[in-house]
Design a protein around this ligand. Structure first.
Ligand code: KG4
Ligand code: ZN
Length: 358
């Protein structure tokens, strides 16, 4: 049995987990900073790294206690070293280095995107079948990845501007919904019609790339039409005295949320299904925070020609169990990081390749 301590601090979650054989979660502690960042409407990097410093050792201690594990029971320490916020990554990497060095354990640096993908192996039952197409959609990334085995990736396409989750977060703010926008928009959308507003989809024919900036602009223009004075600031902002109330119309938040969500999911699903067909994939995987979206999960299952796998909801957003699992596969392959392991805020998963959508 191989027992790995995973550590994750790439953004605004301080997390540690103990996982056996890359499959059995012994503990999974996540301390979210979401309440702290909510007042800023997004992650405030400096505040995030300071909070990681305060939380990291208690969170690791809790993960070890929950797992009823001794340091001697561990085989390795795995840590996210990129991509992410430099100041946040530094806290996890330094903690992992210190603990691994002090306890004489091997250190394994993990790519955060790979960790998200590996969440699909943290479930019981048969593992996903290769080769596969994986849609990674999170707050920082939107990529279509071709995977022929563990650690074997080719990037088919990625976003040209905002990540899908980032678009959810920005539009959530525009609609006056609480951060993070993804879950808020999903909730608001339940009461609205996806056909209420006709919104643009960036198909970018001949590529597996994504773009959400046009859709975001369309949303901004719609909000401004309802609330000219708001100028894109959060909906519901109070008006200046003496202004003309007839210009200010109540924002149809549910319909806007539902139409926006449908537009994003439409593109994500269509492009992923296209890639799966073109590449003759055996499986479609979902990964990253946006994979928690109920419409995305349902529509992908409805449209995909091959089985769709997605991590359980709680493993879609940032946590360290997925880091431990990614670390397990690398550890098994004989990979060890040096004590000079550094943070790489722009770390990529795979090189660009020239396969174009047909
Ligand atoms: O993977 P994650 O926790 O962090 C990054 O690596 O970025 O993803 C967070 C992102 C946020 O943008 C959040 O709005 C989005 O995932 N998200 C969702 C949902 N839950 C989280 N987006 C759409 N629908 C959801 N249910
Ligand atoms: Zn993430």
């Amino acid at each position: 049995m191989t027992l790995i301590l995973g550590i994750e601090t790439s953004c605004d979650e301080t997390a540690a987990a103990v996982v056996a054989d890359g499959q059995t979660i012994r503990s999974n502690v996540v301390e979210s900073q979401v309440e702290i960042h909510r007042r800023y409407g997004g992650v405030f990097p400096e505040v995030a790294s300071r909070q990681h410093v305060l939380s990291i050792l208690p969170v690791i201690g809790q993960a070890m206690a929950d797992a009823e594990a001794d340091w001697d029971d561990l085989d390795a320490v795995a840590v996210t070293h990129g991509p992410g916020l430099a100041g946040s990554l530094l806290v996890g990497v330094n903690a992992a280095k210190g603990l691994a060095w002090g306890r004489g354990l091997p250190l394994v640096g993990v790519n955060h995107i790979e960790a998200h993908i590996c969440g699909n192996w943290l479930v019981s039952g048969p593992p996903p079948e290769f080769p596969l197409v994986c849609l990674v959609a999170s707050g920082g990334h939107s990529e279509l990845i071709w995977m022929t085995g563990h650690g074997q990736y080719r990037r088919l396409g990625s976003t040209l501007d905002d990540a899908a989750g980032e678009a959810f977060d920005k539009v959530g703010r525009l609609l006056g919904l609480p951060y993070p926008g993804g879950p808020s928009i999903q909730r608001a959308a339940r009461g609205g019609s996806p056909a209420a507003f006709k919104l643009p989809r960036a198909w970018l024919p001949g590529t597996y790339d994504f773009s959400f900036s046009g859709l975001k602009t369309a949303m901004l223009q719609l909000v401004q039409k309802y609330q000219p004075e708001g100028n894109g600031s959060p909906a519901g902002k109070s008006r200046a005295a003496g202004s003309q109330p007839q210009l200010m119309r109540v924002l149809p938040v549910a319909n806007l949320a539902a139409s926006f969500q449908a537009a994003v999911i439409d593109v994500l699903v269509t492009k992923t299904v296209q890639a799966a067909q073109d590449m003759d994939a055996k499986t479609v995987l979902l990964a990253g925070g946006v994979a928690a979206n109920e419409l995305l999960r349902a529509e992908m299952v409805r449209n995909s020609p091959v089985p769709v796998r997605c991590p359980p909801l709680e493993l879609c957003t940032d946590n360290a169990a997925i880091v431990a699992t990614a670390g397990f596969f690398r550890f098994q392959a004989g990979e060890r990081s040096g004590w000079d392991l550094d943070v790489v805020p722009g770390l990529r998963l795979a090189a660009e390749q020239d396969t174009s959508a047909s």
